[in-house]
Design a protein around this ligand. Structure first.
Ligand code: PHE
Length: 370
């Protein structure tokens, strides 16, 4: 067992040697600890205020040092103390590890470590379900880049340069793009609609696609806003597609998704890339459209009995002009498009009251959706 020696030589070399021996002894003892009781004894032996080894070192090496060596000895002893402290604190960890993993301590009759299986995130699950509704109608899935050009996010969707309609989407722009022509400048897509154009450039009509994916807007986060959220877009183009097809398709999709008793309602709206445009509401699937839950007002529909779900409309002929060369002659084809917020739908569907919960990664929250 290590004993603190009395020093006669206070030279740097001698102090160094004494400190090294002390550290070696301490780490050797740390490795020998085999039980809680031994750990406690080890700690006390080294750290006890009264006559612990560190206290002894303080007395013997520091207080006992001649005047001219005090400074040097003080520095050394302090270094040594913190090293010993580390070793003593670390000893606990080493002790636990030794007990649970050392070959002679493995109890093969114990049950194995259960590795929890993850589950789909509620937003992703909602997207998959909604996409499923449309793939069963014969739609294909299309995707596109999240970092988009001004051209695809705005210009080709009939948002003219400097048009105030761009202001309704608080765009996050990529820095350092001023050197490029406007249409090539990069931004985070504010909606999934650019994938309409990208897909029409690649595929000739007739076309039926559903487009899930993340989008970004410069909205400060609160209970119903997040700078990153998800949309599900749809586009159908063929000869003779009418607003009746739009209504019929979406009404069917909402009944599939929310249940056959929901009704849909279309109200006039505006989007640069659709004409006419509408907002579609579904009758509140929480209160059944009554606006009340027993004696209480229904909160999700704000007592109106209707919940706004998506934006939609007939593809504006100006949009087809941008993809005319891929076979989309606005005089020959027509189409409808729609876009909805997946996060919002997930909030409503699961009765979650704060969108931030979807993005905080707290397993106590996510575990409820397994
Ligand atoms: N892109 C629109 C938005 O984000 C939604 C939309 C999509 C509207 C397709 C009409 C047609 O607000």
């Amino acid at each position: 067992m290590y004993d603190v020696p009395t020093l006669t030589d206070y030279s740097a070399a001698a102090l160094e040697k004494a400190a090294a021996e002390c550290i070696r002894a301490c780490s050797g003892e740390a490795a020998e600890v085999r039980s809680e009781a031994e750990l406690k004894a080890f700690r006390d032996r080294w750290m006890a205020r009264k006559n612990g080894i560190l206290t002894q070192i303080n007395d013997l090496w520091l207080k006992g040092a001649p005047k001219d060596a005090k400074r040097e000895a003080g520095i050394r002893v302090n270094e040594l103390k913190s090293r010993i402290q580390e070793l003593v604190e670390g000893a606990h960890v080493g002790h636990v590890a030794a007990e649970s993993y050392a070959a002679d301590h493995v109890d093969i009759s114990l049950p194995g470590i259960r590795r929890p299986i993850g589950a789909e995130h509620p937003v992703i699950k909602t997207m998959h379900e909604m996409v499923g509704v449309f793939t069963r109608l014969g739609y294909s899935v299309a995707e596109g880049p999240v970092v988009e050009t001004d051209y695809y996010n705005f210009e080709s969707l009939n948002f003219p340069v400097n048009h105030p309609a761009r202001d309704t989407q608080d765009t996050l722009f990529i820095a350092g793009q001023q050197g490029k022509p406007q249409r090539e400048r990069l931004l985070l897509r504010t909606h999934t609609s650019p994938v309409q154009i990208r897909t029409m450039e690649k595929m000739r009509p007739p076309l039926r696609i559903v487009i899930p994916g993340p989008v970004h807007r410069n909205d400060p986060p609160d209970a119903s806003h997040s700078p990153m959220f998800h949309q599900i877009e749809g586009l159908a183009v063929d000869t003779n597609i009418t607003f009746g097809d739009l209504k019929g398709t979406l009404d069917h999709a909402m009944k599939e998704f929310f249940g056959s008793s929901v009704k849909t309602s279309f109200r006039p709206s505006f989007f640069p890339f659709t004409e006419p445009s509408a907002e579609m509401y579904v009758s509140c699937f929480i209160c059944g459209g009554s606006g009340r839950r027993g004696a209480d007002p229904c909160r999700p529909c704000k007592q109106t009995g209707w919940i706004e779900i998506l934006g939609c409309g007939m593809v504006d002929p100006n949009v087809f002009e941008f993809v005319k060369d891929s076979g989309y002659d606005p005089r020959k084809v027509s189409g409808f498009a729609f876009g909805m917020g997946a996060d919002r739908i997930a909030l409503l569907k699961y009765g979650v009251d704060d969108i931030q919960l979807f993005f905080q990664g707290d397993v106590r929250f996510l575990g409820q959706f397994v």
